[in-house]
Design a protein around this ligand. Structure first.
Ligand SMILES: [Zn+2]
Length: 257
């Protein structure tokens, strides 16, 4: 099996991920907020798309679908509980599926919180996290609850630590500046910031990343730590006991950052 991943920049800071099977030049498209970056790349590289996977309903993840379906006649997989254009396969949490002639099995993971029905796609060594887990950050609450998003991040944290995570926005540098506010003494944040700046200055994505790596500096994966609880308590003026409390007020802090 020989697969490779390609990040197509879209809009101001989105990535559309393609999983490309080198054996037959077929590809799966994930969260096409625009069709043009996809059609341009697929034509240039002579790659044949076979399906679209969608993590959630937001326009910057779905607006390219209609045109791609028109051009390539593709099946569209997306969460059953959200309104996804042209959806042909409605997915429920825990569903497992395989695409014809593509060498991967996918499992649907509950990532509710950013939206009420957001899902993630787990497959061989890879996880597509949409707008739920970003590098050094997480999605905003735009439909779901803080508790849902907290629990979704804990679910990701419980996946194998060496999984490679593919998210859909280039927010890493901004997120790291916030992380430094929360944990000024965490040297891992500065190391990752230096790395991210070097990548961006060469116009390279700061993605993907691993959970192993992310757990060292992403404050939203560290809400069980006393140092983060103390910082959040001081900023919010609230008593912070649990990881959920810490997450709720950390998310609010970031919203106003
Ligand atoms: Zn979104």
């Amino acid at each position: 099996m020989s697969l490779h991943l390609k990040a197509l920049p879209s809009l101001s800071d989105n990535y559309i991920w393609l999983i490309i099977n080198d054996a037959d030049s077929s590809a799966i498209i994930i969260d096409p907020g625009r069709s043009e970056p996809c059609t341009r790349f697929l034509t240039q590289e002579n790659i044949n798309p076979i399906a679209i996977l969608v993590t959630h309903r937001h326009w910057d993840h779905v607006e390219g679908i209609e045109k791609l379906v028109e051009v390539y006649d593709l099946p569209v997989y997306g969460p059953a509980s959200e309104n996804i254009p042209c959806r042909s396969k409605a997915l429920e949490i825990g569903d497992r599926f395989k695409l014809p002639d593509f060498p991967l099995n996918f499992e649907v993971i509950d990532l509710s919180g950013h939206t009420e029905g957001h899902i993630g796609y787990l497959t061989d060594g890879m996880f597509f996290s949409g707008d739920t887990l970003f590098s050094s950050g997480c999605g905003r609450l735009l439909g779901g609850t803080a508790l849902q998003l907290h629990n979704s991040l804990q679910r990701i944290k419980a996946l194998p630590r060496d999984l490679t995570i593919y998210c859909t926005h280039e927010y890493t540098i901004d997120n790291l500046h916030f992380a430094l506010k929360v944990e000024p003494d965490n040297e891992e944040i500065q190391l990752r910031l230096d790395e991210a700046k070097a990548l961006r200055s060469n116009n390279q994505p700061t993605l993907p990343f691993t959970i192993d790596q992310e757990i060292l500096y992403n404050p939203f994966l560290r809400t069980d730590r006393q140092s983060i609880k103390n910082a959040v308590a001081q900023h919010s003026g609230q008593d912070i006991e649990t990881s959920e409390d810490c997450f709720r007020y950390l998310r609010l802090w970031k919203d106003g950052f």
